[in-house]
Design a protein around this ligand. Sequence first.
Ligand code: GTP
Ligand code: SPV
Ligand code: MN
Length: 630
Amino acid sequence: PSAQSLQFLRQIHSLKVLKGDTARLPASLKSFIEENARLCQPDNIHICDGSQVENERMLESLQAAGTITQLPKYDNCWLARTNPADVARVESRTFICTEKREEAVCTPAEGVTGMLGNWISPEDYKSSIMSRFPGSMRGRTMYVIPFSMGPLGSPLSKIGVELTDSQYVACSMRIMTRMGAAVMDEIIDKDVDFIKCLHSVGTPESGKVEMESWPCDPQRTIILHKPATNEIVSYGSAYGGNALLGKKCFALRIGSTIARREGWLAEHMLILAITAPDGTKRYIAAAFPSACGKTNLAMLKPTLPGFKVECIGDDIAWMKFDARGNLRAINPEYGFFGVAPGTSEATNPNAMATIHKNTMFTNVAATSDGGIYWEGLESHLEPDITVTDWHGNSWSPASTSKAAHPNSRFCTPIDNCPVMDSQWEDPEGVPITAILFGGRRPDGVPLVYEAFNWKHGVMLGSAMRSEATAAAEHKGKVIMHDPMAMRPFFGYNFGKYLEHWLSMEKRCENLGGKMPKIFHVNWFRKDSNGHFLWPGFGENSRVLDWIIKRIEGEKCFQKTPIGNIPSENSINLNGLNTEVNMKELFSIDRDFWLKETEEIQKFYNDQVGNDLPCEVQNQLNELKERVENM
Ligand code: GTP
Ligand code: SPV
Ligand code: MN
């Protein structure tokens, strides 16, 4: 029957399978491919094996199409320039499809627009697909990409198959995930359930493609998720978070719904290992919103002597209790899709050492000697070198526009990174002893404080706020709520998500384990002149050092109404070569915190409503009371 159904497929669209043996595929995968080929009508189907030869062919063809150019200064590095309308995630066009609205999103207060995700009905889900996908791959090849999120064979890993008509996406998926023949073998041998991912860059309704080298359909872009059937459908964009479906769509949105069902956590978190001078190694996870410092902290080069930081992941953590109640985390990814601007030898030398081979850059600027450039690399720029900006126009430091798009990115294999932890691919995951929350808070929020307990920590995660960044379509620098750094990535009702977080404590207790401690950090507090109060980057090791001391139970803290902050002189400032106003950095202002608690309450009332667990409201009440009594 397999050969016959393939024959059938060939007949309807005179399709050629360029590569791959479809006869071996299990029925579920075959029908997934066939149905979507019938819908999208590609000229060819190519089943990716993930080989180097295959990758080289795709890069050659992307080069021939003008989508990418080679960066001869480095080894197998490429620059893609996108359509300027396709540069970031499109949160307003991202939907979760469930039978009932309240399964996917909270019910906001009357007259309030919900900001914790968008719901779409099954009917509209269907019609959104039917108004975009028929024939959307005409003239193109459909690539079939089998990929694993997490080490192949790990009990924590999950498999997906992405169908896409973009070679840029196929090449990027090869960097970002474990992709190809070994995963296909696993699907065939074990007939595993896979997450169904369909992606097309599409064609504008007018039929007119704006930029031949970067086909997309920004007007009709839509990103759909159906947790009940583990389906993801993405149309109109080739940008990372919209198109590399293993990342935010699978590992976070679909992932969080699976995690809830199976009793674990799928989070927007980095994972790092820190080894203290006495040789003890600890693992820490941290949730910061997009473009708020995960990649930097994950690869941090400590300025504190004797410390070593190693990286496990920079964006996503899947965490599950083992039989003894240790919270074990894996990084489901295989590469870094990192923010380029701001990355330099001074801020993130380990990222700089990572990105000079086998790397796909997107929307960065190029130098006349075949290299890359972006804001933050000013001191690296040699005098006789000229720069071409991300639009392809000539640029100079005197220009008023930016050389690189603020959300320009590098996409680079994880094993390029010189500071990966030896356990980073451990199928059991690494044991997490602390969870950090943090955002960009120019005012009022101290450098670091510790939650009194798990419930308090869940509340402060839910109350996280941060300046808007360029990673999505938001304009300006407004302070937005970004609970758990997950606002754009929840796969189900945020109130239920908080309930799930709260339930972790009981789960851990039943297994006889110990919960990780929760902290809030803020590298971004500013003085009245608008200057950062804290030097950040490698100096953040001083904060990690204090956090470790707290994990060990050292009494190096003082209680404040908002949480425990470092007692005087307990942050090691030895060798710090800038003057830091520690008093201002840690000041806690009653009026500020009264306003903050009001704002959190308003957020709960407006956005979460009846879905808010009462433990979380109780925690806020207690915080309010403590602040009022200040
Ligand atoms: P996503 O990949 O979007 O999820 O972001 P991310 O959280 O990994 O952000 P990343 O580490 O790439 O940081 C984004 C920006 O924040 C970069 O421009 C960094 O230079 C800047 N940044 C990171 N850490 C610090 C810090 O400690 N202090 C200051 N001032 N800026 C920082
Ligand atoms: C983010 O925006 O949080 C990212 C980049 O990590 S993307 O993969 O595009 O979502
Ligand atoms: Mn991210």
